[in-house]
Design a protein around this ligand. Structure first.
Ligand SMILES: *Cc1c(COP(=O)(O)O)cnc(C)c1O
Length: 428
């Protein structure tokens, strides 16, 4: 077999990128269930501790995970990628690779609730300040948010659950004018619907627990490095351009060029935090990735029909789905998500929190779960679940009201999904 071509179409990459079996090797990416690897000399192992160029220990690398990392890097158009044991771990490490105590970073306020908590509570305890901004503010206003110690900018392509569409080009421009990289959480869009690197993002992260896996069988995350940010020219990142004493003087930009960010993340952060997934999880994630293009297409098709139906219902106060004409992010969606805006819809039922709960408890096919972006239709009430820790003010900033329901349309026949939603609405 020949290696998957760099210019192959994305459907082809989903199946072939990252793993090329040689003569007599398994067709399917094998699960390498071994924590460690053999070397014939002490000297060889000593060298690996200076420069880990081969697999040596499962806390930071594994051949099964490696194949999936290469596939996701290819899908996003990045130079390299690193899997993590959850999406939260990916968000955390993506920031810690840039910020130390005393630094700040800017984040759009319409992002996933778990990330809001990580940024505003836990990172604060570590001495890292998150400066929250309204992603739709003018470029001048946003430029004022930068401080001399600001080291990164963060946003979500298609925010969970606000479903706002992030103006990636605007934020990339602002970040680069200030000499810092843009990190984009691309979980809901997946590289099938949007590839943020093509719009200027420097780092892309995912919760692979969602669409990438799609079957609700593994939890994971990934960080992708575009390999384009010029750390030396910025002058703000001495950790990239000066010797790392914890690796006998490795200089990431000098020694790894466009892979500086992702290799630093693995060598420093994964080594020390150890939030690396098991090979079996990566194997399951890979199965999900193989069918991602067909699934994303169908999620979008089903969700659009359900959104159109909800829009017509007199029980529904508002429907938020960017692919609907009239949605405030419809134009942005046409640019960043031209093939559809995923299977996730948020909508508010007339009657607020009580009506929302009544609707959810009346569903027969859709499951009431703490999950989203699954192959099965599911619902969640953000105000009492994922966003429970947020104050009313933070809820509003995240684009959520108490009666809002997040409906994740799955791949059942769309007529059955619509019938279920209709009968539950009738009970409200
Ligand atoms: C779920 C989610 C996360 C967190 O991922 P986990 O795998 O649950 O840790 C981060 N960002 C977004 C957009 C998510 O939907």
């Amino acid at each position: 077999m020949k290696e998957c071509k760099a210019d192959a179409k994305i459907e082809t990459k989903c199946l072939h990128a990252g793993y090329t079996p040689k003569n007599g090797e398994p067709r399917v990416v094998p699960i390498v269930q071994s924590t460690t690897y053999c070397f014939d000399s002490t000297e060889h192992i000593a060298q690996l501790f200076d420069m880990p160029t081969e697999f040596m220990y499962s806390r930071f690398a594994n051949p099964t995970c490696d194949a999936v990392e290469k596939k996701i890097a290819a899908l996003e158009g990045g130079a390299g990628a690193m899997l993590t044991s959850s999406g939260q771990a990916a968000s955390l490490l993506s920031i810690l690779n840039l910020c130390s105590a005393g630094d700040s970073f800017i984040s759009a306020s319409t992002i996933y609730g778990g990330t809001v908590n990580l940024f505003s509570v836990t990172l604060k305890k570590l001495g890292i300040e998150c400066i929250w901004v309204d992603a739709d503010a003018s470029e001048e206003e946003l430029a004022n948010a930068f401080k001399p110690n600001t080291k990164a900018v963060f946003g979500e392509t298609l925010a969970n659950p606000a479903l706002t569409v992030f103006n990636i080009e605007k934020f990339a421009r602002l970040a680069h004018q200030n000499g810092v990289p843009l990190i984009v959480d691309n979980t809901f869009a997946t590289p099938i619907l949007c590839r943020p690197i093509e719009f200027g993002a420097d780092v892309v992260i995912h919760s692979t627990t969602k669409y990438m896996d799609g079957h609700a069988v593994q939890g994971g995350g990934v960080i992708v490095d575009a390999g384009k940010f010029d750390w030396a020219a910025s002058g703000k990142f001495p950790e990239f351009t000066e010797p790392d004493e914890s690796y006998h003087g490795v200089v990431y930009t000098r020694d790894f060029g466009p892979m500086a960010y992702i290799i630093k993340a693995r060598m420093q952060l994964m080594r020390d935090f150890g939030c690396y997934p098991a090979a079996h999880s990566a194997f399951l994630l890979n199965l999900g990735l193989e069918t991602l293009p067909v699934r994303m297409k169908q999620y979008c098709e089903n969700a659009l029909k359900v959104a159109q139906m909800l829009e017509k219902s007199d029980k529904v106060a508002s429907v938020n789905y960017p692919a609907l004409p009239g949605n405030p992010y419809h134009e942005a969606a046409k640019k960043y998500l031209p093939d559809g805006t995923s299977g996730v819809i948020s909508f508010s039922i007339k009657g607020g929190r009580e009506a929302a709960v009544r609707f959810m408890d009346s569903l027969e096919l859709a499951s009431n779960v703490v999950h989203v972006a699954d192959i099965r239709t599911c619902v969640l009430h953000p105000a009492s679940a994922t966003h429970r820790q947020l104050t009313d003010e933070q809820l509003a900033a995240a684009g959520i009201d108490a009666g809002m329901i997040r409906l994740s349309v799955g791949l059942e026949n769309v007529d059955d999904i619509m019938a279920d939603v209709t009968q539950a609405l009738e009970k409200v």
